[in-house]
Design a protein around this ligand. Structure first.
Ligand code: GTP
Ligand code: SPV
Ligand code: MN
Length: 590
């Protein structure tokens, strides 16, 4: 065992608290080396070289994909594991029916047993990071200890990682402690535990995405949502995007869609040719930290600095910005390869796979060539539509909040909530088909309030109450909307073209916020009449458009009843104001 006191002199300003924690973890996990990450490009290059030599990374075609690499995860370790993810609060009721729970002492005992000696023969990496612009008062820092160089590379892209973060921790004192080991990648010895009161995380047995990059879902959502409640702000699973209209006005919106339901795509949307003059700027594609501002508006920062995006479906017609962005300096995980050593996935639009994500010659009898949850990790600075305002310490003001889900039936293309409290019910009622972003069945409709079902660090009842109280602090609250890009016909064909054409819906949303667009009042909220949407150049059957802009009271009465049963699961923690909103909806539905 080596001593953590061998901190490189270049990182001399390390707080005693960080050093003491690193020392105690090292004594328990017994690594052969300790490496304090400074976040430099030289350090990242050395880690890549090491992973290449070990065969854990593969360089892609240097002519067409310079500085791009492929990583293959363990075949059993390809997505978040919600059934193995726990919120460990002293009282179970504070974690709520929305979370798996374990008593903190039991969880620590179980995790400490897994971590005992687990880093023998391995390097312990100390990864200081800052979630949010390094000079923003809204940003929060953490330190992840991990034995995975792949995790370090990803954290280096996804967060402001290294020296500046360590210096901020030295000044501030407080930081989130995230302890991670890939262990043996044994699904039976895999747990992701959160201790919100202690601002700490312990993750063992997975090297993948949200299970292992602890700054992302574990810190920036589960721990941060808990902190946000006590501090009066919101940590949400939302993209943030700026939209400049042909008149030159820029408005920002934040949208909560469940995993693999279109956040990255909307965050870097390219306007259709028939909507000239519009420009789109990406602030963030997955997480938003929202604060009531002194001006009575809601302000947002993106705590991340890169994208861990879904590869399948990313093509020149669907997401040209992402397609162009991932041609250099990109780390791919679990994609297929062409015979020209280029990355490939279903929906890329050209070429064909030669080697599948498991490294076997491609055979369509084995299913998709790329894993459905294969991903790219890339720095936001490579995004052609990256917003300069994404680096602003105060964030951007939000004009609209948009909830959405993947629902082949029921939910119309778009509707507007009547006011904030009704909007909280709309958000709480989000339901969506499960996707490959988490292990388990795909395509099953489940409740996913605010797209936070897997990510809220406390009881949803308290969370909805917190949403209501944040709204009461806003004299100029954003409008609240719900969208559904995923309505299907009986044959499974999408009824709405989606992608760039979603701007037609966003444009109506912004006009509604500005008091400029017409709408029809329905029991569930305000919907555009077909004539209120800009459909110029859109080839859609008027009957189909009418269908996705209609409300069927009978089906909505069942939906409202199901929502009532769902609220009942939260007992007295479900806010009375939310039940009143539901009753009012049921009255309007008749
Ligand atoms: P996470 O990173 O898991 O949080 O996902 P996300 O919400 O960022 O989803 P993403 O934008 O990566 O989209 C997921 C999948 O949905 C991709 O295969 C997209 O091609 C597809 N998708 C995105 N937007 C649309 C749309 O408007 N219509 C249709 N039909 N598919 C879409
Ligand atoms: C999601 O599942 O919502 C993701 C990917 O954004 S992960 O980092 O695995 O959470
Ligand atoms: Mn996500």
């Amino acid at each position: 065992m080596v001593s953590a006191s061998s901190v490189p002199s270049a990182l001399a300003s390390v707080s005693a608290e960080v050093t003491a924690w690193v020392n105690s973890v090292a004594q328990h996990t017994l690594p052969s080396q300790i490496h304090w990450c400074d976040g430099s490009e030289a350090e990242m290059a050395a880690l890549r070289a090491q992973l290449l030599e070990q065969g854990d990374l593969q360089a892609l075609n240097p002519e067409t994909f310079p500085d791009c690499f492929l990583a293959r995860s363990h075949p059993s370790d390809v997505a978040r594991v919600e059934h193995l993810t726990f919120i460990c609060t002293p009282h179970q009721v504070d974690a709520g029916p929305n979370n798996n729970w374990m008593a903190p002492a039991d969880a620590h005992a179980q995790m400490d047993a897994l971590f005992a000696g687990c880093m023998q023969g391995r390097t312990l990496y100390v990864v200081p990071y800052c979630m949010g612009p390094i000079d923003s008062p809204y940003s929060r820092c953490g330190v992840e200890i991990t034995d995975s160089a792949y995790v370090v590379l990803n954290m280096g892209i996804m967060t402001r990682m290294g020296r500046a973060a360590l210096e901020r921790i030295g000044r501030e004192g407080s930081f989130v402690r995230g302890l991670h080991s890939t262990g043996e990648l044994d699904p039976n010895r895999r747990f992701i535990m959160h201790f919100p009161e202690e601002l700490s995380i312990k993750s063992f047995g997975s090297g993948y995405g949200g299970n292992a990059l602890l700054g992302k879902k574990c810190h920036a959502l589960r721990i941060a949502s808990y902190q946000a409640r006590t501090e009066g702000w919101l940590a949400e699973h939302m993209l943030i995007v700026g939209l400049k209209n042909p008149q030159g006005e820029t408005h920002y919106i934040a949208c909560a869609f469940p995993s693999a339901c279109g956040k990255t795509n909307l965050a870097m949307l390219i306007p259709p040719d028939t909507m000239p003059g519009w420009e789109v700027f990406t602030v963030g594609d997955d997480i938003a930290w929202l604060h009531p501002g002194p001006d009575g508006r809601l302000w947002a920062i993106n705590p991340e600095s890169g994208y861990f995006g879904v590869a399948p479906g990313t093509g020149p017609k669907t997401n040209r910005n992402a397609y162009d962005m991932i041609r250099k300096d990109t780390l791919f995980t679990n994609v297929a390869l062409t015979d020209n050593n280029e990355p490939w996935w279903e929906g890329i639009g050209s070429g064909e796979p030669a080697i599948d994500w498991l490294g076997r010659p491609f055979d369509k009898a084995n299913g998709p060539s790329a894993h459905p949850n294969s991903r790219f990790t890339v720095s936001a600075v490579h995004n052609p539509s990256y917003a300069t305002e994404a680096e602003s310490p105060r964030g951007v003001p939000i004009s609209a909040l948009v909830f959405g889900g993947r629902r082949r039936e029921l939910a119309p293309l778009v509707y507007q909530a009547r006011d904030w409290a009704h909007g909280v019910l709309v958000g709480a009622s989000v339901a969506s088909e499960t996707t490959a972003a988490a292990t388990g069945a795909v395509g099953v409709v489940r409740r996913d309030p605010m797209a936070m079902k897997p990510f809220c660090g406390y009881n949803f009842g308290d969370y909805w109450q917190h949403w209501l109280s944040v709204g009461s602090k806003l004299s100029k609250p954003p409008g609240i909307f719900h969208v559904n890009w995923f309505r299907q016909d009986a044959g499974g064909k999408f009824l709405w073209p989606g992608f760039g054409d979603n701007l037609r819906v966003i444009s109506w949303i912004l006009d509604r916020c500005a008091g400029k667009a017409a709408a029809q009042e329905t029991p569930i909220g305000y919907l555009p009449n077909p004539s209120d949407l800009d459909t110029s150049g859109l080839h859609i059957d008027p009957a189909v458009l009418a269908e996705i802009l209609s409300v069927k009271p009978e089906a909505w009465r069942s939906e409202a009843a199901a929502m009532g049963e769902y609220l009942d699961e939260f007992g007295e923690r479900a806010p009375a104001a939310l039940r009143q909103q539901l009753q009012a909806l049921q009255q309007r539905l008749g």
